[in-house]
Design a protein around this ligand. Structure first.
Ligand code: CO
Length: 294
């Protein structure tokens, strides 16, 4: 009786092992087919004109990375909410990444279309990396740097922007309006950019809406250059709300109004930095660099 059952034991063990092996293949083996994707992440804008800039960025990104799945996300909750009320659904980076994961993307490059590596970029960076830790998720997720991430970036961006002011004579002043922040040390990059502009062109300055480099701070320096006319140019990816109101608005607090009151003739350029091909190239080069790791 015992003898008849002896063969059952090794057979059962063999079945158990095969089962375990099949399980292992299903979960870890059978290497998933590589599927690359790009997520372009901007602060966002609800301005229809400014949205056209993002369309051009999208077009250029598709040309640079043919055949690669390209998605968008906005980091600003306020703008996403505003757009949703108009029936335009824009994802947060987290939702966009969850969708890509669900759809089987294996390698994802995230491009921060922010200007400085500030609060928004670091949040994006941290959250994107968490997506790389999930079981069964992406094999690799990398975040490409925002626009002004190295001295070389600053040189390229400043040179490209200064060449992109139609009608300006060298004797005219230029004041670039960055966003700036009181909450992040990367605000210092705007001070560095001001120096880079100054080195290239003593009549060119950078200021910020919310950072250390306020208009008040810049005015005496502008005064010392004896310029009669000042070009106001956004140092933000798109000419959105800040450009329209704080820079070029007719209200008493806009830079245009304050400078006009101080005797300057103002010329506003309603184009974001992403509209300038030489600047967009810097962002796309960051993305290329990141993408080359896949
Ligand atoms: Co703002």
């Amino acid at each position: 009786m015992v003898k008849r059952w002896v063969w059952v034991v090794p057979v059962m063990i063999a079945f158990l092992l095969m089962g375990a092996q099949n399980h292992a293949l299903a979960v870890h083996g059978g290497k998933k087919q590589m599927r690359k994707a790009i997520l372009l992440v901007a602060f966002g804008t609800s301005d229809a004109e400014a949205q056209k800039t993002f369309l051009r960025v999208d077009e250029q990104a598709r040309k640079t990375f043919p055949g690669v799945e390209i998605r968008w996300a906005y980091t600003s909750k306020m703008i996403r909410k505003k757009l949703a009320r108009e029936g335009k659904v824009l994802d947060s980076p987290e939702v966009a990444l969850a969708k890509l994961m669900d759809e089987g993307a294996t390698h994802v490059a995230v491009l921060s279309l922010h200007t400085i590596p500030g609060e928004e970029y670091h949040e994006l960076y941290r959250n994107a990396h968490l997506y790389g830790l999930m079981e069964g998720g992406f094999e690799k997720i990398l975040v490409a740097k925002p626009l002004l991430s190295s001295p070389k970036d600053m040189d390229r961006v400043a040179a490209a922007l200064l060449k992109n002011i139609p009608g300006r004579k060298p004797s005219d002043g230029v004041l670039f309006m960055g966003h700036g922040t009181e909450r992040h040390p990367a605000d210092a990059i705007y001070l560095a950019m001001n120096q880079v502009f100054q080195d290239l062109d003593p009549n060119a300055f950078a200021g910020t809406v919310e950072g250390r480099l306020s208009l008040e701070h810049v005015m005496p320096k502008l005064r010392s250059r004896n310029v009669g006319k000042v070009y106001l140019v956004p140092l933000m990816s798109v000419a959105g709300d800040h450009a329209r109101n704080d820079m070029a608005g007719d209200g008493p607090d806009s830079w245009k109004s304050i400078l006009t009151k101080n005797g300057y003739k103002c010329e506003v350029i309603m184009k974001g930095t992403a509209d300038c091909p030489g600047v967009l190239d810097v962002w796309l080069d960051h993305l290329q660099e990141t993408f080359s790791h896949f």
